[in-house]
Design a protein around this ligand. Structure first.
Ligand code: ADP
Ligand code: MG
Length: 240
């Protein structure tokens, strides 16, 4: 039956995710083990040497690895526990402003300018505020990570009969033609510290909202991510 097949697909995708997580956890755990050993050894020598720099370095590495582990686990849980969105009337421009505010320090540190055309009020949509936040968060993070200092993130909005659109354009590295089809696959990443779950989560959330995501990119020029949220009056009934 169809139901059994869907259940089957779910089981195998969870197994795939679990295998990936087990693999992903290996590197930070190794790094933590090594650096905790180093800390122990350095601590013993500390009285004699009076040099705490190396010790502080190792502690910093451990802290970074813990953050990385936390990110992997959080994304994993989000991925395997798809919650139906808790829909409420939502102003997307408000949520976007919150997420931009959250990223502000990092945008400044990376010398990335944000040009957001958010002056016209968008029609409210039915959405799960927290899930939408996560969508914006992941997309803006990817854009930041793709850009060099001096880069520009342009955010535009558009409305038509079908939906409300948010368009994120960056002047980053762009995406290799051959990689475009892999973007939503779990664990596809081209980054040293990446986990390759961000866009998968984004796609799932957009789908759960009856919306869509599209990504266009030119290598060496930049990437444009378009999100479509269905208009409140056009919303299809959600399947639970
Ligand atoms: P992660 O960011 O952990 O690598 P994602 O699922 O968020 O995982 O993204 C997967 C991959 O898609 C990235 O590693 C990167 O190669 C590519 N990508 C996503 N967004 C962008 C972007 N704005 N510019 C360039 N490449 C991108
Ligand atoms: Mg990402």
């Amino acid at each position: 039956t169809t139901e059994a097949r869907i259940e089957d697909e779910r089981t195998s995708s969870v197994l795939l995710l679990a295998a990936g997580v087990a693999h992903e956890l290996g590197n930070p755990l190794n790094s933590l083990t090594i650096h905790l050993q180093l800390i122990e050894r350095r601590l013993k020598k500390l009285k004699a040497a009076k040099d705490t720099d190396a010790l502080a370095d190792s502690i910093r590495v451990c802290q970074e690895e813990v953050v990385r582990l936390d990110g992997i686990i959080t994304n994993f849980l989000d991925a395997i526990r798809p919650r139906p969105p808790d829909l409420a009337e939502t102003r997307l421009e408000e949520v976007l402003a919150e997420v931009l505010q959250f990223h502000q320090r990092e945008l400044e540190n990376r010398d990335i300018a944000v040009e957001a055309e958010l002056t016209t009020a968008l029609p409210a949509v039915m959405a799960d505020r927290n899930q939408v936040k996560q969508v914006f968060f992941n997309i803006i993070k990817n854009a930041m990570e793709a850009m060099q200092p001096g880069g520009v993130l342009r955010i535009k909005t558009r409305t038509d009969d079908e939906g409300v659109y948010l368009i994120f354009g960056d002047t980053g590295s762009g995406i290799r033609q051959g990689d475009l089809v892999k973007l939503f696959q779990p664990y596809h990443t081209t980054k040293a510290g990446g986990n390759g779950l961000g866009l998968m989560v984004v796609q799932r959330i957009m789908r759960d909202h009856g919306g869509q995501i599209g990504i266009e990119s030119t290598e060496g020029v930049g990437t444009t991510v378009t999100l479509q949220f269905p208009r409140k009056d056009r919303r299809v009934r959600m399947l639970k």
